[in-house]
Design a protein around this ligand. Structure first.
Ligand code: B3K
Ligand code: ZN
Length: 853
């Protein structure tokens, strides 16, 4: 496990300005001919050795300027091809043979169902041919694909199609030319037989762009929403960022076998079908939301990622943090801003905070990497986006856009660093951002402590803020924007609002001329990715909950009340719901607010969020506290919950934003109500009458969650109804892993040999194994240790098949830091066992060593 360090970065000695690829596809013997123009950096004349990256393929021939090299002129090893005594400028032609069918790691060229497809980011291109597989080597690609015409009528690659012809033996050939320089991680190839949805978009300068969406045969009816999302993304990027698409064609291909969500390859995105295919019957409102967000994300990469790319992989957040910020803004504009923002924060706090406190904690710009695929993290993506958001807060929308314009003007066509980005933002706004840039190198979640005193005489409020780095970390004070709102305690009116810049370790901010002591909402909009330590009275929280302008603060106030109360249940098993909380909960239920927002307000902080909030957590005790709290809330408000549940049912209609809000609220109520076995009948009728997946799956989920008498029945009905729908069957597998039933381990075991389960399909694996580890805390944390053992067993199997997927699933075993010693030692035991695996992958190897260090 050899790490790479950011500090060791060196420019490439050679560049490859032009590549011509000819790929003759075959299941087991695909021949790749790559003809490259290679140029040596003129100030590195002494360096005549060319080291190319390559992995897991057969080298057939090498030619330099048309002359065949003999075996003493080069060396091949596991990871590279070294060519000695190269001239300064030459044409290098390499032929390699690869086996797509055996490629279960799903990196490079592989088969998904009947189609060939590719995935090159981060370092997959080296599994196709020997190359300088690093993002600062950018080339113009011409790609020719040859394959059987009947089986693979569509042959796709990046850019524009320049040639198409039939060959003998039933084969055909298609050539593509991409006029934009790109790093090899953006290369893509697809070959298959698909249904095609076509549309077009006229850019603001009047150019026509053909839009093509390729889906598995028979799935065309599920492609329309994604197409609309693409057009909305293109229009939004023009309106908000003034960025226009550049090629004449934009293609998206949906495949079932995919390691992550989607990939932004230039002009030819490849998507996990989960983020493309949807219709009302088979997809939930969340699925629709995510499809639009991921389509947007990949589209926005065309400028932030593709036109301006990363110099090296340590800079990944340059494109990912920025692009996540862009997709979050897009979603916020397309939906309810507050609701979107709150959901962003929930993900960050439940999962990124844990990562930042765990053994793999790293800055948004990592400094040390063993396996790059391990760094496509919540930290690089979500915290990266929060850092961009802080910049947006500090510069304002106009200043931020001025900075983006400058960044693109300076760096279009280049591979650059996070510092280049910050410099462009700073120069465009005449600001010194050197302190702000510390966010790129700090690790851990900083804490902000607040303390307020009001002086009646001088009518002034003094707010003392201080900051401390995340646990065990050290760094100089950061620049932290702290949003605030001062509320009139009596009327709830907003007296002042704005953003404070906390730049010292401790600072006091004075507010004058406040006729009465205000209630303070701090960190409005979740203005910084920090933990806020600001104890507030229930009365203050209730005031914020009902009156703050800022939606995040209203929601956060209710969550604070709940968290505090859950903590009491956790500490004292005899604790019972205080009247004040009953009242607060009733007030939320009665409030005249958007249904989607109300749904969020009555959704309790989950197991993961609470683990962040408490110390040395005993999992079963926390689960019991959550359960009791929920039960007490239900008992105190059964009537209200039931009536809202029924009202929502009556008012539901169609696919509008309004309707999805009502569904969210209805299902949030259902979550409580199903805690009473008498509600079983209602659950069954919701299941049977459901007109869409949001309602149907919520009913099944509730039945599984409480193991209701109806469960087995509707569970089988569901499997029967949807057996032919891959994506819905993923949902079914996910539910099986969550059943609250003492037989869960037998259930899991038999699901592993279910005819529809396959360890080679990442979606299936995530549905079954991931859902158990992440969404069934009761049995995952079974005191016997069985849950950990089961997960470890699956990871050992998966590591041989697909290390990237194995590595994602190991999170539950390595992030034990929030739990009590007993849990931690049980986890370590499993990790120590895994560490002994023969030929362990770098992916899980890196994480296990970090966790056991
Ligand atoms: N850039 C890809 C992620 C690649 C992950 C490689 N392990 C998708 C995205 O972030 O848009
Ligand atoms: Zn991305």
């Amino acid at each position: 496990l050899t790490p790479m360090y950011l500090r060791d970065y060196q420019e490439s000695v050679y560049q490859i300005p032009k590549v011509d690829l000819t790929i003759e596809l075959d299941d087991e013997r695909t021949l790749v001919r790559s003809s490259m123009t290679v140029e040596r950096n003129t100030n590195r004349v002494e360096q005549d050795v060319l080291v190319l990256d390559g992995h897991d393929m057969e080298l057939v021939t090498i030619h330099i300027d048309g002359v065949l090299l003999s075996t003493d002129q080069y060396q091949v090893s596991q990871e590279s091809l070294i060519i000695n005594h190269c001239p300064g400028n030459f044409v290098l032609t390499i032929e390699t043979m690869i086996n797509p069918k055996a490629n279960t790691a799903l990196e490079g060229i592989y088969k998904s169902g009947g189609a060939f497809c590719s995935q090159c980011e981060a370092e997959g291109f080296r599994r196709i041919t020997y190359f300088l597989d690093r993002p600062d080597v950018m080339s113009i690609y011409t790609t020719t694909i040859i394959a059987d015409k009947d089986k693979y009528p569509f042959l796709l690659s990046n850019g524009n199609c320049i040639e198409r012809k039939d060959l003998e033996h039933g084969k055909h050939l298609v050539s593509w030319h991409d006029p934009f320089h790109k790093p090899c991680y953006l290369f893509a190839l697809v070959a298959g037989d698909f249904d095609l949805l076509e549309d077009a978009f006229t850019t603001k300068s009047g150019r026509n762009v053909d839009l093509q969406l390729f889906v598995d045969k028979g799935n065309l009816f599920k492609a329309h929403y994604a197409m609309q999302a693409l057009k909305d993304s293109m229009a939004w990027d023009e309106q908000v960022f003034d960025l226009e698409y550049d090629l004449d064609i934009y293609m998206i291909v949906a495949v079932d076998f995919f390691n992550m969500g989607a990939m932004e390859n230039k002009g030819l995105n490849v998507f996990n079908s989960k983020y493309v295919l949807a219709d009302e019957r088979s997809a939930t409102d969340d699925d629709f939301f995510n499809i639009q967000a991921v389509i947007g994300h990949e589209y926005f990469h065309n400028w932030t990622g593709n036109r301006v790319t990363c110099r090296d992989w340590f800079q990944l957040s340059l494109k990912e943090g920025l692009t996540v910020f862009r997709d979050q803004q897009f979603s916020a504009d397309m939906h309810q801003k507050d609701v979107t923002r709150i959901n962003n924060v929930r993900v960050l706090r439940a999962h990124q905070f844990a990562e930042d406190a765990g053994p793999m904690a790293h800055p948004i710009r990592p400094e040390k990497v063993v396996e790059m695929n391990n760094f496509y993290t919540l930290t690089v993506y979500e915290k990266g986006s929060e850092v961009i958001r802080m910049l947006h807060t500090l510069l304002g929308e106009t200043g931020f856009q001025r900075g983006i314009k400058e960044y693109i003007a300076r760096h279009d066509g280049q591979a650059v660093t996070c510092d280049d980005f910050i410099n462009a933002m700073a120069d465009a706004n005449d600001r010194d951002l050197s302190q702000f840039s510390l966010w790129y190198s700090q690790v851990g979640t900083p804490q902000v402590h607040a303390n307020a005193t009001y002086d009646l005489q001088s009518k002034s409020l003094s707010l003392r803020l201080s900051q401390t780095p995340g646990a065990g970390q050290q760094h100089p004070p950061l620049l932290i924007p702290i949003g605030f709102e001062l509320l009139n305690p009596k009327t709830g009116e907003t007296m002042r609002q704005g953003v404070l810049s906390l730049s010292d370790a401790a600072q006091t901010f004075e507010f004058e001329e406040l006729a009465l002591q205000p209630v303070i909402a701090l960190l409005t909009g979740f203005s910084a990715p920090v933990k806020l330590d600001f104890p507030q009275s229930n009365d203050d929280l209730l005031r914020i909950m009902t009156s703050a302008n800022d939606g995040f603060s209203r929601w956060e106030a209710s969550q604070s009340l709940f968290r505090q109360c859950i903590a009491n249940y956790y500490k004292d098993t005899g604790y019972r719901l205080p009247d004040s909380l009953q009242q607060a909960f009733a007030n939320i239920l009665d409030a005249d607010i958007e249904p989607a927002f109300k749904a969020l307000q009555i959704t309790l902080p989950g197991f993961a969020e609470m683990t962040e909030f408490l110390q040395d957590v005993e999992p079963q005790r926390l689960l019991a506290a959550l359960e009791q709290f929920e039960q007490d809330l239900l008992n105190s408000q059964t009537a209200k919950l039931t009536s809202i549940y029924q009202q929502c049912t009556e008012r539901l209609f169609g696919d509008s934003e309004q309707a999805s809000g009502l569904r969210a609220l209805k299902n949030a109520c259902l979550h409580y109500l199903a805690g009473d076995e008498d509600f079983d009948g209602e659950v069954v009728s919701q299941f049977r009458q459901a007109r869409n997946m949001t309602e149907q799956i919520a009913a099944l989920n509730a039945a599984a969650q409480y193991n209701l008498p109806s469960f087995e029945n509707i569970n089988n009905a569901f499997a029967e109804q949807w057996q032919e729908d891959t994506l819905v069957m993923d949902k079914w597998f996910a539910i099986q892993a969550k059943v609250q039933d003492g037989n869960i381990f037998e259930r899991l075991q038999s699901l592993l040999s279910h005819p529809k389960f396959s360890m080679e399909n990442p979606n299936r694996v995530r549905s079954l194994v991931g859902s158990f580890a992440n969404s069934n805390p009761k049995y995952f944390h079974d005191p016997s240790g069985k849950g950990y053992e089961w997960l470890a067993t699956q990871i050992a199997i998966l590591d041989k098949i697909n290390p990237q997927v194995a590595s994602r699933l190991i999170t539950g075993l390595i992030q034990g830091q929030g739990f009590c010693q007993e849990v931690q030692s049980r986890l370590r035991k499993q990790l120590a066992g895994l560490q002994k695996l023969e030929n362990i992958s770098a992916d899980i190897g890196e994480k296990i060593s970090a966790a056991l260090a």
